[in-house]
Structure formats: C-alpha cells, structure tokens
Design a protein around this ligand. Structure first.
Ligand code: ATP
Ligand code: CA
Ligand code: CA
Length: 156
C-alpha cells in the first residue's frame, strides 16, 4: 500500500480498512506506516507505505480488480510518468506461494526483493516469510541496498 498525494497517511489508513472490508476477505495483519524517499522521479513528495496480510477467497485476478477499484475511488490518476506521484497504489506482493506471470499480473511482485519500503514492513508482520524462489524476507531485507524507511509512530 503506498501513497504520496493528498494526505498519504490518511490515504494508506483508509485503504487498509477498505482491504478488510473486501468481500470474502479478512485483514489478518497490517504493518506500521513507513515514510521513504520516492523511487524513480525525485521531484515528488515522499511516500508513505504499509503492507497487509489478507486471508481471502478471491482469486488473484479478482483481487487485483478489487484493488484497482479502491485505487480509483481514491482518485488514482494514471499519468504517463513511470513511478509518478499517486494518491494510492495497491500492489499484490505475494499470493500464498503462487508464482504467476500473465499480462496483468506478476506474482511475486517483481520489485519486492529490492525495495526496502516493502521488505521492512513485510518483515514486521511476517518475519518467517519466504518469497518463492528468492529466499526469506529477512535475508532479502538484510541484503537490500536501498535506504531503510522511517517508521511512523501510530497516532495516539
Ligand atoms: P511497480 O509495479 O513497479 O510498483 P506501479 O505500481 O507504479 O509500479 P502501476 O501503474 O500501478 O505500476 O501498475 C501497472 C500494472 O501493473 C497494473 O495495471 C497491473 O496490471 C500490473 N501488475 C502486474 N503485477 C502486479 C502486481 N503483483 N500487483 C499489482 N499490479 C500488478
Ligand atoms: Ca507499486
Ligand atoms: Ca501498482
């Protein structure tokens, strides 16, 4: 879950609640929120990221569709710029131990292994997790060269 426009902390917080409200889906765990410098174009605000673990009966394609629906409700506009600013980005990092590669969906998410803003929150909620074919989240986080994101204190 990521955002860097229109009150990113609120965007991410609301999105996490909406994930729990998806049909046949329950949010089993959510990480803290983390702030990090943008990836790609540097002339945009910092990002706020979090990860969630969902128990779901939705298949991967339907889940992706539902996630994109939530993105649209948050006013996500797909600009021409790769990794440009956005109100909300919802990516499927893993889907159980599935390995998928279709036109619409690649799982595990291709950026997962080199992005500290994904690995650090993932490690928080799933320290024992293995990424199919890539090793443990813990070893990937340790090997990651990207700056460590700043953990945000939860609102009182
Ligand atoms: P990145 O994928 O590198 O994080 P991004 O999130 O900015 O970049 P988007 O513009 O949000 O990229 O998504 C582009 C397309 O990626 C989506 O339309 C979707 O079909 C596809 N996609 C492929 N694999 C996944 C995945 N695991 N989770 C979400 N979208 C995915
Ligand atoms: Ca993304
Ligand atoms: Ca995305």
């Amino acid at each position: 879950v990521g955002s860097n426009l229109d009150d990113p902390v609120a965007q991410v917080g609301h999105a996490l609640s909406e994930l729990d409200e998806l049909p046949r889906t329950h949010c089993a765990a959510r990480s803290s929120l983390y702030r990090s410098a943008p990836m790609g174009p540097q002339d945009q605000p910092p990002y706020v990221n979090a990860v969630a673990a969902l128990d779901t009966a939705l298949g991967p394609d339907e889940l992706l569709e539902r996630l994109q629906e939530i993105e649209r409700r948050h006013g996500r506009v797909r600009g021409a710029q790769r990794w440009g600013p956005r109100t909300l980005d919802l990516d499927i990092l893993l889907y159980g131990d599935a390995v998928l590669s279709t036109e619409r969906l690649t799982v595990p998410h291709p950026g997962l292994c080199e992005r500290s803003f994904v690995l650090v929150p993932l490690l928080e909620i799933a320290p024992q997790l293995e990424v199919p074919g890539q090793g443990s989240v813990a070893s990937l986080a340790e090997a990651c060269a990207m700056a460590v994101p700043e953990r945000l204190e939860a609102a009182p």
